[in-house]
Write a protein that binds this ligand. Structure first.
Ligand SMILES: Nc1nc2c(ncn2[C@@H]2O[C@H](COP(=O)(O)OP(=O)(O)OP(=O)(O)O)[C@@H](O)[C@H]2O)c(=O)[nH]1
Ligand SMILES: [Mg+2]
Length: 434
């Protein structure tokens, strides 16, 4: 969308308390098709409850002839959106609106489209409610203009549509959950790639994928939110792993928006290993804040996997910089992280070290061959084996079954105990883990 449509002429307006978010919002505007023709900053600690900006700045915006939009770097409440729009005659987009438009332009898979539509309706409904409340819907430029449908009818339709989408997304989550379960049963580990948008996650997935044919190559680009939907590939290395690319993070997304992308994020939170990618070329301050933000998303999602911090784009750094960055990673973040690996996903420097690091944090496995005598306990043992081991092959004789399987090494003692109690034995075991 942003790449083809004419840019929306925009005033970027904010209060000094929101300074930190401005740079990111400028970038979002650029990618979402807003051309910032003027910037207005007001010194204020607190936003005005009615207009966000103070009355003087609102008057300035009213006299602005060169723009049709005003964008703010923080979320506005529906009353503020209504009031600013009414007072200035400009269309109002807060940061979340810009993010949603960007998502909309990038969503290509059916699931991603549904997720974006859901988030969009959730964003629009409270604003619509405000317009109904004010009874002046037709005053809002560009929004529901024309009044083709009665507003309360639209409101009801939107709620029904939301319920329908929620149901479709629930089914998709269930399907994903089932796929994950089957993968686990096969003994395949899931590695997920997380991090800020544009950190190089898709480039990293391409570098770590076994199949490098062009049709399997993920799209990468120097822009925000190139990836909206997840994609899974088989990963290089000795272990049986799948690797999943995910939607990028961005600062301070409201929980309802994240919730819409839950089935995507579940791939992340339930992964055995999370590769948390940061763009190491962005400077220490940005790295620290993005790292903190990413870790809190992982923590809030009860991420259960091991976490490897991947310092990407080291080809853009001076020789000694990667080492000094390693010192910087904060102890508060490190307690959840297993290792830090500097790489260049583009040149593939450090990629084999990263594969080794993944091998190290995955649980070690062993291949075993066991004999189980045929007794009344055999079915119980067989069901334990099916639940806790992979690649199971069973050969029956009249008195016993010989079972070959692969399992996590931590189960060995337990299995030995079970077999001992029924007169069985482990015949061969070969450690095949890292
Ligand atoms: N110099 C350099 N550029 C890289 C490296 N890795 C990725 N890039 C570039 O960084 C940009 C973003 O890469 P992507 O892989 O699309 O990033 P992403 O994290 O998947 O981004 P989103 O999907 O938008 O969240 C692209 O222009 C890549 O070519 C690297 O190691 N070195
Ligand atoms: Mg991507």
């Amino acid at each position: 969308m942003s790449d083809t449509k004419p840019a929306k002429r925009t005033v970027l307006a904010w209060i000094s308390a929101d300074d930190e978010l401005v740079e990111e919002t400028r970038e979002l505007c650029l990618h979402a098709g807003y051309r910032v023709v003027r910037e207005v900053r007001q010194k204020r600690r607190e936003p005005d409850p009615k207009f966000y900006l103070g009355p003087g700045k609102i008057r300035e915006l009213k006299d602005e002839n060169d723009a049709e939009f005003v964008v703010t770097p923080t979320d506005l409440d529906p009353t503020q959106i209504f009031n600013i729009s009414k007072a200035t005659g400009l269309s109002v987009s807060d940061r979340i609106r810009v993010v949603l438009e960007l998502f909309h332009s990038r969503a290509t898979s059916p699931e991603a489209r549904l997720q974006v539509e859901m988030a969009d309706i959730r964003y629009q409904l409270p604003i619509l409610r405000e317009y109904i409340h004010q009874g002046t819907l037709s005053d809002r430029p560009g929004f529901m203009a024309g009044g083709e449908y009665r507003v309360d009818y639209y409101y009801e339709m939107a709620r029904k549509r939301m319920a329908h989408i929620r149901e479709l997304l629930r089914k998709e989550r269930k399907r994903r959950g089932r796929t994950r379960y089957l993968r686990k049963r096969r003994g395949t580990y899931l590695v997920s790639v997380a991090g800020y948008t544009n950190a190089g996650k898709s480039t990293l997935v391409n570098a770590l994928s076994r199949n490098t044919s062009p049709d399997k190559t993920l799209e990468t680009a120097d822009r925000m939110f190139t990836t909206i939907a997840t994609s899974t590939r088989r990963m290089r290395g000795r272990r049986d792993c799948m690797i999943t690319d995910t939607v990028g993070f961005i600062r301070a997304l409201p929980p309802w928006l994240i919730e819409g992308f839950m089935s995507t994020l579940e791939e992340l939170f339930s992964a055995d290993v999370v590769l948390l990618v940061v763009d190491a070329s962005e400077g220490r301050e940005k790295i620290a804040s993005r790292l903190g933000e990413s870790m809190s998303i992982l923590r809030n999602g009860n991420c259960s996997g091991r976490i490897l911090l991947v310092l990407n784009k080291i080809d853009l750094l001076d020789d000694d910089e990667p080492l000094s960055l390693l010192d910087m990673v904060q102890p508060g973040n490190m307690d959840m992280m297993d290792e830090v690996v500097p790489v260049s996903a583009a040149s593939e420097e450090g990629i084999s070290e990263l594969i080794e690091a993944v091998n190290r944090v995955l649980p070690p496995t062993v291949s075993v061959s066991i004999r189980v005598p045929m007794t009344e306990y055999s079915p119980l043992i067989a069901s334990w084996i099916h639940a806790n081991t992979f690649d199971v092959r069973i050969v029956y004789t009249t008195e016993s079954a010989v079972i070959k399987c692969r399992m996590e090494k931590r189960w060995m003692g337990h299995l030995e105990g079970i077999l001992e109690s029924v007169g069985g034995a482990i015949l061969v075991s070969d450690r095949d883990g890292p």
